[in-house]
Unconditional design. Structure first.
Length: 231
């Protein structure tokens, strides 16, 4: 098994060991992102997640463990499983030549609030304002408004994850997301890294990702945990 294949099996773990080491918090051999950056944790030994979960939840109300197959262990008196999201990992097999007709710009920190608002409008949940610090974000502006974005999230010396691909409801079905993914993919390839992405199983967007050259490779599941109210 190659180093890249090993990393793709546990992308959060290796991101926090390399490119995102500055965001890492570790408890009992379990790694987490700083809670203001990204609510993700990862582990090698599931037995260590009992104590680590309790400690990390002193800093935040909820978080995800990201795991291909392993099931985290928790202290049910202190921590509750909210839900398990059945996800999948896709990697670029062969980039397609989608024409880019829109002006795509690199978004700087002055767009942080707009990015946050757009993500929460389209995909309300766990995106943090400081998630912007994890990688580059590209966007399309229409009449002075940010209407579509595609960012970068988990990454190591070998891969970069395309993430936060969202388009304002007033501007969907215009091919903006496809162009942004294509552009983002090209920028990642320029860094000699493998573009990857994650999504939920059965997501209709999978067909778009496949048209853009990505292929399904493995399960990658998100276990959402929350601190019990009594704590």
């Amino acid at each position: 098994m190659t180093p890249l294949e090993i990393q793709l099996q546990n992308p959060v773990w290796f991101s926090l060991a390399e490119t995102h080491k500055k965001f890492a918090i570790e408890y009992d051999g379990v790694r987490f992102y700083h809670p203001e950056v990204c609510p993700f944790g990862a582990f090698l030994d599931a037995s260590r997640t009992v104590n680590a979960s309790n400690e990390y939840l002193k800093t935040t109300d909820s978080f995800f463990y990201v795991s291909e197959h392993k099931i985290p262990e928790i202290d049910e008196s202190k921590v509750s499983l909210v839900r398990k999201i059945d996800g999948c990992q896709m990697v670029l097999a062969q980039q397609t030549n989608m024409p880019i007709t829109e002006e795509i710009i690199l978004l700087d920190e002055t767009y942080m609030d707009e990015i946050y608002d757009l993500v929460w409008l389209v995909m309300p949940g766990y995106y943090k304002k400081r998630t912007f610090e994890m990688g580059k974000y590209y966007g399309i502006i229409k009449e002075g408004q940010l209407v579509s974005i595609a960012g970068q999230r988990m990454q190591t010396n070998l891969f970069i994850e395309v993430s936060a691909v969202v388009t304002h409801p007033d501007h969907t079905r215009k091919g903006l997301a496809g162009q942004l993914i294509t552009y983002n993919t090209s920028e990642i390839l320029k860094e000699n890294k493998l573009p990857i992405l994650h999504t939920t199983k059965g997501n209709p967007a999978i067909s778009l990702y496949e048209k853009l050259g990505y292929e399904l490779t493995r399960d990658m599941n998100w276990w959402l945990y929350r601190r019990n109210n009594s704590e």
